[in-house]
Design a binder for this molecule. Structure first.
Ligand code: NAD
Ligand SMILES: O=C(O)C(=O)C[C@@H](O)[C@H](O)[C@H](O)COP(=O)(O)O
Ligand code: ZN
Length: 382
């Protein structure tokens, strides 16, 4: 049962062809059958080893409520997002006779929800999925909005489908075991929402960055939880509004990709060993520098990127000897059209825009600004 004194349950509605709810609160796992809806008989719970105890509890609960529920344990983090792991899940579904009225439940971080969502999108051309994200990043971003996918040797999320979930359960209790390193990675997407759409998010982080970071992994103090809860809700609300208007990324949705062109390139060059949030953090500084060099963004907003990201422990630089590989990876970004590289940039906080086909010298100059040990082209005070 959720404890109303600790954290009331909130619901964010995501509109679209099949609207669904993102439920945010504590002790919520019992709510899962409600989100699965009518007609589901078999459920595949997809998890990693780190979450297998919780996943087994969910499975037993589902069985107690009359479902046939089985577990599929997949590799940790980006290791889950491969064609081989998807094929393993398809095999499990096939051997257990999953039909179009059955469902997948993901329980884990964004990598698990992306993989499980992709498996659900492709099995029998699409069965129901409910996401139970257990990382901050999963809650505020990956589990909401229906982007699912896996990586290939050539890049991040290059294979996937738009497949919105039937519901999302964000149980804040799961954040208590999340390592600080991963809480911080999730803050990158929260801060992204601040820069693209909601200055209040930036103000909240700037007011007490250490307090927000330190509550990860330790029992939650009521005052601190309020800030984290507000950050989570605000980020989910932005994502819900954007994907509700533009599920398939024909325009508006691209703003959620702020920092990802360069960020995904880092992930590929690092062979997916970097956390996504850390790579996106550097990617946002790259995009900010690009906009500044193009004369579209003021110096103080660029400085604000470095200051707020650094304040929570996120990286803002990357090694300076990988330009050709990074550029090659950016050419395969999903926003690229033919030979035209396209970036989401800012003209101010909460004023996203596009920068199309920037001059190669500008691209390289922005890289120099985020390269480790670089002396930036102007004096900044952090
Ligand atoms: N589909 C989307 O719209 C979307 C949006 C943003 C990010 N993503 C994807 O999400 C992924 C990143 O997600 P992430 O940051 O959650 O990383 P992740 O899924 O790799 O999880 C990070 C680590 O946390 C562990 N973990 C998860 N929950 C835990 C818990 N409660 N306690 C202890 N450990 C726990 C995992 O086992 C893993 O080691 C990337 O693949 C990214 O591309 C997708
Ligand atoms: O939901 C979106 O749209 C996003 O771009 C959110 C991103 O944070 C997320 O990492 C997404 O998976 C990136 O999508 P991709 O299309 O660039 O692979
Ligand atoms: Zn992202």
């Amino acid at each position: 049962m959720s404890d109303p004194d600790r954290s009331p349950t909130r619901v964010v509605r995501v509109e679209g062809e099949r609207p669904y709810d993102v439920v945010i609160g504590r002790g919520l796992l019992g709510e899962l059958p409600g989100l699965l809806g009518e007609g589901v008989r078999r459920v595949l719970v997809v998890c990693t080893e780190a979450m297998s105890t919780s996943a087994e509890a969910v499975r037993e609960d589902l069985v107690a409520q009359g479902y046939e529920a089985i577990l599929a344990e997949v590799p940790d983090a980006e290791g889950a997002k491969s064609a081989e792991v998807a094929a393993f899940c398809w095999q499990v579904l096939g051997q257990a006779d999953f039909t179009r009225s059955d469902a997948v439940v993901s329980l884990g971080g964004g990598a698990t929800t992306d993989l499980a969502g992709f498996v659900a999108a492709t099995w029998l051309r699409g069965i129901k999925v409910v996401h139970v994200p257990t990382t901050l990043l999963g809650m505020v971003d990956a589990a909401v909005g229906g982007k699912t996918g896996i990586n290939t040797a050539e890049g991040k999320n290059l294979v996937g489908a738009f497949h919105p979930p039937a519901g999302v359960l964000c149980d804040l209790d799961s954040l208590e075991s999340l390592p600080t390193f991963d809480l911080v990675a999730g803050l990158a997407e929260v801060i992204k929402c601040g820069f693209i759409a909601d200055a209040r998010i930036l103000e909240l982080v700037e007011a007490d960055p250490q307090g927000i970071v330190e509550r990860g992994g330790s029992p939650v103090d009521a005052g601190e939880e309020d800030v984290l809860l507000e950050l989570i809700e605000r980020s989910i609300a932005i994502k819900a509004r954007v994907v509700g208007e533009d599920l398939k990324e024909s325009g508006l949705r691209e703003i959620l990709n702020y920092g990802h062109t360069f960020g995904h390139a880092i992930e590929l060059v690092e062979r997916f060993a970097w956390r996504h949030g850390a790579a996106v953090s550097v990617g946002m500084v790259y995009a900010a520098e690009l906009a500044r060099l193009a004369g579209r963004l003021a110096d103080d907003v660029v400085d604000r990127h470095r200051a707020v990201l650094t304040s929570v422990g996120l990286p803002v630089t990357y090694r300076g000897d990988r330009w050709e590989q990074l550029l090659g990876a950016m050419r395969r970004d999903k926003k690229t059209r033919g030979d035209l590289l396209r970036f989401v940039v800012l003209e101010d906080v909460a004023k996203p825009a596009r920068l199309e086909g920037p001059d190669p010298t500008l691209l390289a100059a922005a890289y120099a600004e985020v390269s480790e040990g670089a002396v930036t082209s102007r004096a900044i005070s952090l």
